[in-house]
Write a protein that binds this ligand. Sequence first.
Ligand SMILES: *Cc1c(COP(=O)(O)O)cnc(C)c1O
Length: 324
Amino acid sequence: MTIDLRSDTVTRPTPAMRAAMARAELGDDGYREDPSVRALEEEMADLFGHEAALFVPSGHMANLVAVAAQTHPGDGLLLDEMSHIFRSERGWPERITRLRLHTEAPAESVTVACVEQTQGNQGGRVLPPDALDRHRGPTVRVHCDGARVWNAAAATGIGLAEYGARVDTLAACFSKGLGAPVGSAVVGSRETIARARDWRHLLGGRMRQAGVLAAAAHHGLREHRARLVDDHANAALLAAALQPWLEVPVETNIVFLRTPGSAPAVEERCREQGVLVRAFGADQIRIVTHLDVGTAQVTQAADVLAQVLSSTGEHSRTDSSSST
Ligand SMILES: *Cc1c(COP(=O)(O)O)cnc(C)c1O
């Protein structure tokens, strides 16, 4: 059977999650009459110590509506060049919200500074709480892209409310570590969330009987948060087995490897042996542990990767010596 370690988004709802979806009380969330959506939003606001929350179809939309709710066209947005918003969200800050991007220190025009927790493109690294509000000030708000904030909390034992207290808005994802099929939420003040709700509508993200999805998210929130430490232990196991190729220390559920030869070739050879991983650029491989892979499968994947990587090393050494 294939062992899919490409992303923590590949999980499928468990039978218990499907049962929770089937049981969900539903209404039209366009009229804010879906009790399951409302319950999820209330719980999210409570968990992070904010006034309100908004359920949205994706992490991408969560970031967009949170930032849009706190800016005007022409404002500056501070972003890390390695961040998901900067690299993987199709340029909405410039194309949709018409913000000016800053990637260094906050310029005068910056009204929102974005931080990411955990840092996906930097090996799932966890930021300490005081790094979240480093740029926060009288005229600068902070938005946290907390798609994997659950992993940060599980790894450090720091409470979600402590992360929440450092920021003006936070987006958290239900379809990664928590194993839900769809959805993210934004938390913030009542006023900001009302604006974010308007933006969600503007973008076509208003949903109707979304309680089936909210129930899955709510189930993940209750049942799958505590087990994230298992994903971290599995990532640590991979890191230990693949030490010679490890690119950055592993803190949560993401492992980055540096390949001696071509990363796409490593990806392909692993695939032939039933292990799916992702090439990042020419010489990096990303592996992500999640709910649908257990320790036995992770151990098996580590064996395949070690074997592929050691022989790739030999090939590339032979290649370079024969080409000179
Ligand atoms: C996955 C991810 C997103 C986007 O989530 P989608 O639900 O795929 O749109 C945003 N930020 C980070 C850090 C992510 O890992």
